[in-house]
Ligand binder design. Sequence first.
Ligand code: IPM
Ligand code: MN
Length: 354
Amino acid sequence: MKSYNIAVIPGDGTGPEVIREGVKVLDAASKRFGFKTELKYFDFGGERYLKTGETLPESAISELKEFDAIYLGAIGHPEVKPGILEKGILLRLRFELDQYINLRPVKLYPGVDCPLKDKTPEDIDFVVVRENTEGLYAGAGGVLRKGTPDEVAVQESINTRKGVERCIRYAFEYCKKRNKDKKLTLCGKTNVLTFAFDLWERTFNEVAKEYPDIKTDYAHVDAITMWFVKNPEWFDVIVTDNMFGDIITDLGAMIQGGMGIAAGGNINPQGVSMFEPIGGSAPKYTGKNMINPLAAICAAGMMLEHLGEDAAGKTVEKAVMEVTAKHIKSLQAGRMGLTTTEVGDLVAEYVGKL
Ligand code: IPM
Ligand code: MN
């Protein structure tokens, strides 16, 4: 029987609650599809940092490299200054494990309230391929004369040919494999960021020549936010840089019904990948059994597909759709008409019988 070693980082706030439901669904999938999962839990997060002063221990990266995948809940603690845990845990994992793709599907499931008038699940089904190791996130820049009236702050966007090209290649391959509209849109800002997005555009056009079956398109980032609202049906796969990808996928999450359902994968195609719900740690809902676990469950589904358990991954998604179509009132925490554990139970039950 196939067995997968999975590192689980429940993290902060509602992270542990949603991960518990995700694990419940993983267990149901492993029984149904005949594979095993060996889970090892890691306590990285705000609580550990407050106790020990350490974000990630020295050994963490080399230890995590040995797993088949990482399953992450949420990082962020109200008593820790913004930036410390994000940079010290989440971004460090993405960078040091070289998870150069952040894959974020935007899909409206049946029964989910869409804030866009007249848009249905047929209209909202695309995937954002966000570059995940460079751009404004690289940490390049610095500050001079801090705290004085003459303070200077510089934050630079790093774009390497290698980094841009591997991301664009992944997006073309993904678009081909997805086999939906076979359309890849580059999202940039070529009219203003004429150094960085010139590199992106040239690379995109060069790689496109190797994929004559894929239609290509371009949209400025500001315009794309407009099209997400007005014509989301235009999109199949979108590739973009780290910062723009961060921003447009929050909008994407809203048009698919909210953070309660939005999942993503931090992918290193040659290494270990990490799957997470894209929302935060939601401190105000912590411990109340009110948070929506579907995003974490969808992340578990993506992880299964990534591990090669395609049927299990697809079944998890179908089970989620049954729950959105037939059981859950709203995706918003506290308005689901069900508790966190009840949602997890339902998905697990469908996974067992679909
Ligand atoms: C995300 C988050 C992170 C990001 C933060 C928490 C560092 O917003 O996963 O989109 O900016 O990438
Ligand atoms: Mn974000």
